[in-house]
Design a protein around this ligand. Structure first.
Ligand code: MIC
Ligand code: SF4
Length: 646
């Protein structure tokens, strides 16, 4: 029985367990990446491990999320990140150098490697034939310490591509087609592996776009084989030595198959408020648009912006809307400046934004009230843009660019445009001057801590009895953006007591106050939710801050992979309903009780919960590995590690 690409790479990195689908495994992590919004906490946690230096092959710290905030907090975080990187052997990518995933693809990603990033779109690296996984900051801190990363051995879904994309039908439309088929829930512990004759026609940035948004389906990662296209990409960046061919064996087996004929792919759009609400652009074309934003780690490569500039050449942005463009990296910005694309974009009236996450995480560029915003990024969760009633649609750069001229959502294949050939970028020497390598310091700086930077909070060990009210009852698809808003609150990531006051801010502003009152009265807080709780980002603050407020268990119909791991890491029981009726029977404020909690978790089976208000009882599944059960009893991963040290 032959191996697929996924299992080939996993096999080469296996440290614990065996490659049996569904079993827990521990894999060695070669590369780590962090970004500033999750990185500050990750390095604070790394510091508590007491190691002089990181122990993995390559650790890179990117400053790309919070780059233009008002106030001193982010600037302080940046100084902390730079100083801790210098001390601990981490490469630092300075603000302005670009979005972590784009820069990592350009400078560090390598076929056959594993990488773990404290950002959910780390799978972008799968475009280069690596197993690249998103995780909470603590897991990344531990990977930097050389601790194996635990995952459930995934099932591998083959996505077989044939044919070739037609002009103005793009990689973004391919992944939106995948999202239309698989949706945003029910895909945990799977990997999307791309195969087939259609792959050869896709460039590395196109493959990266496809892997990037596999995250929205909730899969562990996505991966392409490493082939001659990969080789040429690396050689052009003077990184040819990183190349190795990785293809599936001829008799490789997969758990499922989805086939896409690329020549049949049409422009697609994800409608509000979920990346899974996908329809062909032609079905909703003609809708008036107020704002268009092109950029983010999904679609901000040189090819994306070159094509955008050609579509907009000698045109003026429609007066009914505003067009913003954020190049994915400084290298992309330099390239479009050198070849005239930037001039074309300026001439048409586009607003050139910084090479950073910016609008994608709600840092500026919020749409007008009820405004329709077309964006090329990967998430359109309600309120993420900073305007609660805005209607955000996710589209390709080509669809965005033609719509910027017409002022209405426009199908780029229906405009009679001539195909655009993107010029080949030759072999070049990269300008790495915005990367600071730790050995470049004559004298290492002292670690800097501003007043907003606290210590990682301590979670308490599991109490023998958990009793308290359901503080909130939620429906399906609650994202980490709902739980722990980013945007204007992002600058408090290093200050847990303050950031915690904003938990569920957009859903129920009095949530945190109620929780703290219960906590002070010695009660446990419970969250009850529907399907796919915690989808979206990897932000561990969506677990840390509820933990700080006294939340001891989440009871949901299902919980997404990264969030489940974050809950365990911070000592919150991730429980899933075995019967939907039990979820239906709970009302907000009902008092729940879990007796003998430690024993129940230790026993390895289901957890019995009593509803004291309703006088009922029901059992919940605790889908957690032995390691996770142990950390839940210890009150989280850091406590567990400390206990094992003594
Ligand atoms: C996102 O796109 O939601 C983010 C912001 O990049 C997050 C990380 C964070 O919350 O800092 C992610 O995707 O993990
Ligand atoms: Fe940044 Fe947006 Fe990508 Fe997240 S999804 S890493 S916020 S560009």
């Amino acid at each position: 029985m032959g191996n697929n690409v996924t299992y080939k790479i996993l096999k080469a990195h296996l440290m614990e367990g065996s490659l049996i689908e569904g079993d827990p495994i521990g894999i060695h992590i070669d590369q780590t990446l962090t970004q500033d919004a999750t990185g500050t906490m990750a390095y604070l946690q790394f510091e508590t491990l007491g190691l002089d230096k990181v122990r993995n092959e390559l650790a890179v710290s990117y400053i790309d999320h919070n780059t233009t905030q008002i106030g001193f907090e982010n600037a302080d975080d940046h100084k902390y990140l730079q100083s801790v990187a210098a001390r601990k052997g981490v490469v630092l990518s300075r603000p302005g150098n670009g979005i972590c995933h784009q820069v990592h693809l350009e400078r560090f990603g390598a076929p056959g490697k594993t990488s773990l990033g404290s950002d959910s779109h780390t799978p972008t690296g799968g475009g280069l034939g690596m197993i690249a996984i998103g995780a909470g900051g603590l897991d990344v801190a531990l990977a930097m310490a050389g601790v194996p990363y635990s995952i459930v051995c995934p099932k591998v879904i083959e996505i077989r591509l044939s044919g070739k994309l037609r002009p103005f039908c793009t990689a973004k439309d391919v992944i939106l087609t995948v999202l239309k088929r698989f949706g945003v829930k029910g895909n945990v512990n799977s990997v999307f592996e791309y195969t087939g004759s259609g792959i050869a026609s896709l460039s590395i940035p196109e493959r990266a776009t496809i892997c990037n948004m596999g995250t929205e389906c909730g899969v562990t990662t996505s991966v392409f084989p490493s082939d001659s296209v990969t080789k040429a990409f690396l050689e052009k960046q003077s990184r040819g030595e990183c190349y190795r061919e990785i293809r599936p064996d001829d008799d490789a087996v997969y758990d499922d198959l989805f086939e896409i004929d690329l020549s049949k792919v049409v422009p697609m759009a994800a409608c509000p408020h979920s990346p899974g609400n996908v329809v062909p652009v032609s079905e909703i074309a003609g809708m008036k648009v107020d704002q268009i934003l092109i950029g983010s780690c999904t679609n901000s490569s040189y090819a994306d912006l070159y094509k955008t500039s050609r579509i907009l050449e000698n045109k003026t942005v429609n007066k009914c809307l505003s067009l913003g463009i954020a190049p994915g990296s400084r290298d992309v910005l330099a390239a479009i400046a050198a070849d005239g694309s930037l001039g074309r974009l300026i001439k048409c009236g586009a607003r050139i934004l910084e090479s950073a996450c910016g609008f994608c995480i709600g840092n500026g560029c919020s749409p007008s009230s009820k405004g329709v915003s077309l964006r090329t990024n990967n998430r359109n969760f309600e309120g993420r843009s900073g305007t609660k009633d805005a209607q955000v649609y996710l589209v390709s750069p080509e669809t965005a660019a033609v719509s910027a001229i017409t002022g209405v959502l426009t199908d780029p294949t229906a405009c009679g445009l001539e195909d655009i050939a993107v010029p080949e970028r030759g072999k070049r020497k990269y300008d790495d001057s915005m990367l600071i390598f730790p050995d470049s310091y004559a004298e290492k700086p002292e670690i800097f801590r501003g007043p907003n930077i606290g210590n990682p909070p301590q979670s308490p060990a599991l109490d023998s009895k958990l009793e308290g009210p359901v503080c909130i009852k939620l429906g399906d698809k609650i994202t980490t953006d709902h739980i722990m808003p980013a945007g204007q609150r992002l600058k408090y990531r290093s200050n847990i007591p303050l950031y915690s006051t904003f938990v569920f801010e957009g859903v129920d502003p009095s949530f945190s106050k109620r929780c703290i009152e219960n906590k002070n009265a010695g009660k446990a807080d419970f969250i009850v939710a529907g399907l796919s709780y915690g989808q979206g980002s990897s932000r561990e603050h969506a677990a840390i801050c509820p933990m700080y407020l006294g939340v001891r268990a989440v009871l949901a119909l299902s919980i997404e992979r990264i969030h489940q791991a974050n809950l365990c890491n911070f000592g919150i029981l991730p429980l899933t309903f075995k019967n939907k009726a039990d979820y239906d029977n709970i009302t907000q404020s009902d008092v729940l009780s879990i007796d003998d909690a430690v024993k129940q978790v230790e026993n390895g089976g289901d957890i019995l919960v009593r509803n004291l208000t309703k006088g009922t009882q029901f059992s919940m599944a605790l889908e957690a590995s032995d390691l996770q059960r142990d950390m839940l009893i210890c009150g989280g991963r850091l406590n567990q590690i400390r206990q094992n040290l003594h």
